[in-house]
Design a protein around this ligand. Structure first.
Ligand code: SF4
Ligand code: SF4
Length: 348
């Protein structure tokens, strides 16, 4: 008898216990909120003309992935690193490396947006008793949106030559792109608030709505994950076909029906492994150089070490902190406050 997923059955969803992944997610989310507050204070001080005692946190550049992608293209072509928002390149590089090594684990273990998305669908399930699933064809069509968005950005960037990229990366607009990102939240327009409210409602109802359908960053990580040596494997001989894994999977993958999961949607959250009642039936395995089963604690430690190592390496080699001086930052802020964008070249 085919096993039905959480939305097709009145059976309760399979709930996963709190684990090492959730602690890492919580830690990264708390650090992100801290970075956001620190940047807010820095902008306030710099904009007021008072002495700047709160440093600009480099981590804020993690929210500038398109500029980071341009930076990487230029670096790969002529070896020139972005000196205005260098940490953005480091964070994108870390995410890509994690995806190449351990599937799309960046999304389910690290990304703060993924954590909020997961928190919302779990809240929705608590409030409504369940989450919902879109009809198969609509789901398939919508899943294509994130790849279409990624394709759009990649085509634009591929068509830009390095001189154009340099003009953009050194433009007044990109110099203040992190402030514009801050203003996106602190000076929210009615339209933006409406769009965010709609996304929140959809995220309460549908598991990982943003990640599943709209995030181009996640789409890129999913495509890179195709090269990962790790994959979820199921042993047919010991599987009791209870379907717990399929009901627990936040990406609606029919785990119970597959022997190996290597597609771009699996985020290596390991929830399916956590809930499986049959010992040694599901595992995250690599076959290079020999078959090895990876425990959640090992995966989590590897991701954290890789991040800390990437940031440390970038810091000691001078590839982490922006070379933009406080004086230039202040001038940029003043220009944003006093002159309309279309008269200052603040747009690319
Ligand atoms: S893999 Fe585990 S959780 Fe999934 S159907 Fe088999 S026994 Fe059940
Ligand atoms: S298949 Fe397993 S590891 Fe992959 S997303 Fe689903 S629950 Fe997570």
């Amino acid at each position: 008898m085919p096993i039905r997923t959480h939305s097709e059955t009145s059976l309760p969803d399979t709930r996963t216990p709190w684990g090492v992944r959730n602690w890492i997610q919580l830690g990264v989310l708390a650090a992100t909120i801290g970075i956001g507050l620190q940047f807010y204070l820095h902008v306030l001080q710099a904009g007021s003309g008072a002495a700047v005692t709160v440093a600009r946190p480099a981590g804020v550049e993690g929210f500038l992935p398109i500029g980071a992608l341009m930076g990487w293209k230029r670096f790969l072509v002529n070896g020139r690193w972005d000196t205005v928002h260098p940490a953005g390149m480091v964070i994108l590089g870390f995410a890509a490396l994690v995806s190449l090594l351990a599937r799309k684990s960046f999304c389910s273990w690290f990304c703060p947006v993924g954590t909020v998305s997961e928190g919302l669908w779990k809240l929705g399930r608590r409030l409504l008793g369940r989450n919902f699933q879109l009809p198969r064809k609509l789901d398939w069509l919508l899943r294509g949106c994130k790849y279409a968005l990624l394709g759009f950005f990649v085509v634009i960037i591929m068509r830009m030559d390095t001189a154009t990229i340099t003009r953009f990366l050194e433009s007044p607009y990109y110099r203040m792109a992190d402030v514009k990102m801050l203003h996106f939240f602190t000076r929210m327009s009615a339209t933006t608030a409406l769009v965010i409210a709609a996304l929140v409602v959809l995220s309460l109802l549908i598991r990982n709505f943003w990640c599943r359908y709209l995030c181009p960053y996640g789409a890129l990580m999913g495509l890179l994950a195709l090269a990962s040596p790790l994959r979820i494997r199921r042993r047919e001989a010991t599987c009791i076909q209870c379907g717990q894994c399929t009901r627990a999977c936040p990406h609606q993958i029919a785990v119970h029906a597959k022997q190996s999961i290597a597609g771009p949607e699996c985020s290596a959250c390991l929830d399916c492994i956590q809930v499986c009642p049959a010992t040694r039936t599901l595992g995250l395995e690599s076959r290079i150089p020999v078959t090895h089963v990876w425990r959640p604690g090992t995966v989590g430690t590897a991701i954290v070490l890789l991040f800390v190592g990437s940031v440390y390496l970038a810091q000691i080699t001078g590839h982490w902190k922006s070379r933009l001086s406080t004086r230039d930052f202040r001038i940029g802020l003043m220009m944003m406050q006093t002159i309309p964008e279309n008269r200052t070249g603040m747009k690319p």
